[in-house]
Design a protein around this ligand. Structure first.
Ligand SMILES: N[C@@H](CCC(=O)N[C@@H](CS)C(=O)NCC(=O)O)C(=O)O
Length: 232
């Protein structure tokens, strides 16, 4: 059977190291969608300029333009992609399964990620007149605690090669970027056996490899040369 895929023009406003952007890159790749990337350099404050704030009033990445319309919030974006392009499913068909995949996704995106957002951590460090070691300690504490809880969630009959069954889902799109972050901050997870096995399984897939931050950085650098560094 030939699957007819509706063609859409998709532009992702992305920062290469943003885990929320990384989630969406994985989802786009899993769904085999073509997209272009516009880099928004958080270090240069490009997410707070007027042009970008018109796209995303919270001044956060990612944002995505699909057929001329802007969408924000990584999980809402992934669910919208799921509605538009259901042939590679990132959410199970059954309501119970969908609730589980959402719970796993939220455990990362709504629990670990907000307290480890760099702007939050920088404020905390400033308030206590702390230093970089305090920043590292904070990151390690909250990432590790979140991942231990995630590992406990995975102790479930629906866990398979991936977080839910034997195909990647939205939960894997959230877990893998969080693990990239864990590695970046030295938060240990190799003893968390189910997480480690799923991580390995994901990293063997092209869709995840292609979304990896350093790969995107390379593509972005090339784009910057082409468009003279104009990001937004
Ligand atoms: N809940 C949002 C989180 C977005 C978010 O926090 N993005 C970070 C990068 S991972 C960001 O733009 N940070 C910029 C800042 O905090 O100033 C989503 O899932 O899209």
């Amino acid at each position: 059977m030939v699957v007819m895929r509706r063609m859409s023009e998709i532009t992702l406003f992305d920062y290469w190291r943003s885990s929320a952007s990384y989630r969406v890159r994985i989802a786009l790749n899993l769904k085999q969608l073509d997209y272009s990337i516009v880099g928004v350099d958080l270090l240069k404050g490009e997410h707070k300029n007027k042009v970008y704030l018109n796209l995303h009033p919270q001044g956060l990445v990612p944002a995505i333009k699909i057929d001329g319309e802007i969408f924000t919030q990584s999980l809402a974006i992934i669910e919208y992609l799921e509605d538009l392009f259901p042939d590679v499913a990132l959410l199970p068909k059954d309501a119970k399964g969908r609730a589980r995949v959402r719970a796993l996704s939220f455990a990362v995106a709504m629990e670990i990620h907000p307290v480890c957002n760099l702007s939050v951590v920088n404020d905390v460090v400033d308030m206590v007149d702390g230093d970089n070691q305090d920043r590292i300690d904070w990151m390690q504490k909250y990432i590790r605690a979140g991942l231990e809880a995630f590992e406990a969630y995975l102790d479930h009959s629906s866990t398979g090669l991936f977080c839910h069954g034997d195909q990647p889902s939205m939960a894997d799109c959230c877990l893998v970027p969080q693990l990239y972050n864990a590695q970046r901050w030295g938060a240990e997870f190799s003893d968390l056996k189910m997480i480690s096995a799923i991580h390995q399984e994901c990293m063997d897939m092209d869709a995840f490899k292609k979304a990896y931050p350093d790969e995107t950085d390379m593509i972005m650098s090339e784009m910057m040369e082409i468009d003279g560094g104009c990001c937004v």
